[in-house]
Design a binder for this molecule. Structure first.
Ligand code: EZ4
Ligand code: CO
Length: 404
């Protein structure tokens, strides 16, 4: 089953997405997600200029061989741009494989290992009270797991994960240059236990409570934070320290029993080998679209399973519905699934993506349509041209650039 065409679609229905379309000689179409937030066009070029020409003429059913051909064959390995491009190819080929077999991708991965995929939603607010109202809204909507973020009080202290005034979802701002945030670690470390205490006091302990520190702490600060949060029994503390320093997690671990999660910026199994084999984290949160696709993500989660580490799939809205569907198929099929992040996509994304997955009452199912179950309307996509958007840059009060 030869690939006869491979092309890239760049579209911005509310936010930027890069998609790969693979077509076979029989007219079967597979879609992959190549979106790398804030660096979209680099992946589009990597695919258009260096990968698409290599795909034409290859056998679409040889997924592992194509993965190795692109990974080993480029000589230059790993890195977010390369691995996002390989992921797009891989996911598109799994989509084709499902369509050829007339089966949903999760069936090709071994079938459903659970009935449904548990999601966690994002609650946040500019004040503690606003955040509590948002937690209430999530619990009312049926979520059994909620990530809670709130603005750190204090003059210039910035925050991660608190939406702009005009909407509920945190989005990067449009423009040629990133916005700049301010950050005060001391104020955050004092504030966060108060926020979590307020959540447990108002809503009790009958749901999973999560928080994302977004790589902003030193190992010893993260250890102190984890210890101070122990009374509130978090499901996890996400990204406590900059993710590239694996041994830093030893220090965090020595100081707290709060479960740890990390991985949304990882792009290969080598980024979490030590974390997994030394059991330094409880959840590995790599995403299907930034970690080499379904083929490589399965390898990561299989290694994690050997060491009792569970999955925690990244599901931010900068991962397109194609990625979200792919993640749900993996989530449903692997033995060591932990939890799936759910931010959803706002219109006009619904004009571009026709999705077959079901999301309701805090759980999801990828559906049983052949392949991934997501179609892309290319005419609608063309109505929303790319515009630059960037995540903010983060600075401390003295002006030093800090981790975001
Ligand atoms: O900031 O996906 O847990 N979710 C997150 C995300 C990330 C974005 C970066 O592109 O931390 O919102
Ligand atoms: Co995160």
């Amino acid at each position: 089953m030869k690939i006869t065409d491979a092309s890239v679609v760049v579209t911005s229905p509310g936010r930027n997405f890069v998609l790969l379309k693979v077509t076979t000689e029989d007219g079967v179409v597979g879609w992959g997600d190549a979106t790398l937030n804030g660096r979209e066009l680099a992946v589009a070029s990597y695919l258009r200029d260096h990968v698409c020409p290599l795909l034409v003429g290859r056998d679409a059913t040889r997924i592992t061989d194509t993965w190795s051909y692109l990974y080993k064959g480029a000589y230059w390995r790993r890195g977010p741009v390369t691995m996002t491009a390989i992921a797009a190819v891989d996911v598109a080929l799994w989509d084709v494989a499902g369509k050829l077999a007339g089966a949903p991708v999760h069936r090709l991965l071994g079938g459903a290992a659970r009935d449904e995929v548990t999601l966690y939603g994002h609650a946040s607010g500019a004040t503690v009270e606003e955040a509590l109202e948002d937690v209430a809204a999530h619990l009312d909507a049926g979520y059994r797991a909620v990530r809670v973020q709130a603005a750190v009080p204090g003059a210039e202290a910035g925050s991660y994960g608190v939406p702009p005034a005009d909407g509920r979802v945190y989005e990067p701002a449009s423009g040629e240059r990133p916005a700049e945030d301010r950050w005060d670690t001391a104020a955050y470390l004092d504030f966060l236990p108060q926020l979590m205490a307020a959540v447990r006091e108002r809503f009790g302990y009958g749901f999973a409570l999560l928080h994302d520190a977004h790589h902003r702490l030193s190992p010893i600060e993260a250890g102190r934070l984890g210890a101070s949060l122990e009374p509130y029994r978090l499901f996890w503390l996400e990204d406590p320290t900059p993710a590239e320093d694996q041994s830093a997690f030893r220090t965090v671990r020595q100081h707290t029993t709060t479960p740890l999660a990390v991985g949304e910026v990882f792009n290969s199994i080598w980024d979490c080998q030590q974390l997994i084999t030394e059991r330094l984290v409880d959840y590995v949160r790599t995403s299907v679209s930034h970690t080499g696709g379904i083929t490589h993500l399965r390898r990561v989660f299989s290694l994690a399973d050997l060491y009792g580490v569970r999955s925690g799939s990244h599901g931010a809205s900068d991962l397109s519905p194609v990625s979200f569907a792919a993640a749900l198929h993996v989530d449903l099929a692997i033995p060591n699934f932990g939890i799936q992040e759910h931010m959803g996509h706002r219109d006009p994304a619904g004009e571009v993506f026709r999705t077959g997955y079901e999301v309701a009452d805090g759980v999801a199912h990828p559906g049983d349509a052949p392949g991934l179950g997501v179609d892309v309307d290319e005419e609608a996509a063309a109505r929303y041209p790319y515009a630059p958007r960037y995540l903010p840059v983060n600075r401390l009060r003295d002006g030093s650039v800090h981790d975001w």
